[in-house]
Design a protein around this ligand. Structure first.
Ligand SMILES: [Zn+2]
Length: 122
C-alpha cells in the first residue's frame, strides 16, 4: 500500500466518525473509492450514492477534495434516511443543504485535524 493511500484511509476513517456524529447517523454506508469515473446515478461527477453505498472518485484529486465530496454524499445519505425528495440539480434544496452541511463538517474536520490541510507534496 502506498503512503498516500494509507494517509487517505486515516483521513476517511476520521471523517466518517465526524460525519456519523454530526449527521446523527445510526449506521454508515459502505464507501467505495474509485480510481475511475463513477457510474451513473445521483451526484456530481465526483461522487454519488447507490443502493450499496457511496462512490467517490479519487483519480487525480487532492485528498481534501475527496473528503469534501464524501461529506456531501453522506449528507445526501442522511437526507434519504429522512425521506427527503432527492433532487440533484444545482440550486435544489437537497443540493444547497448538502453543500452547506458538508462545508460545516469540513470546517470542523480542519479544526480537529489541521495536519491534513498541510499539503505535503513538493
Ligand atoms: Zn449533491
Amino acid at each position: 500500500m502506498k503512503l498516500r493511500e494509507v494517509l487517505q484511509e486515516h483521513m476517511i476513517t476520521h471523517l466518517l466518525q465526524l460525519c456519523k456524529h454530526e449527521l446523527e447517523l445510526s449506521e454508515l454506508p459502505e464507501i467505495f473509492l474509485l480510481d475511475d469515473q463513477p457510474t451513473t446515478g445521483h451526484g456530481t461527477s465526483f461522487g454519488e450514492f447507490t443502493d450499496n453505498g457511496i462512490e467517490v472518485v479519487t483519480l487525480g484529486r487532492h485528498p481534501m477534495d475527496v473528503m469534501r465530496t464524501l461529506a456531501h454524499e453522506l449528507v445526501h445519505w442522511k437526507q434519504r434516511t429522512e425521506n427527503m425528495p432527492m433532487d440533484g440539480s444545482d440550486g435544489s434544496d437537497t443540493e444547497n443543504q448538502a453543500n452547506a452541511v458538508a462545508g460545516i463538517i469540513m470546517r470542523k474536520f480542519g479544526q480537529q485535524y489541521p495536519d491534513y490541510f498541510v499539503d505535503t507534496l513538493p
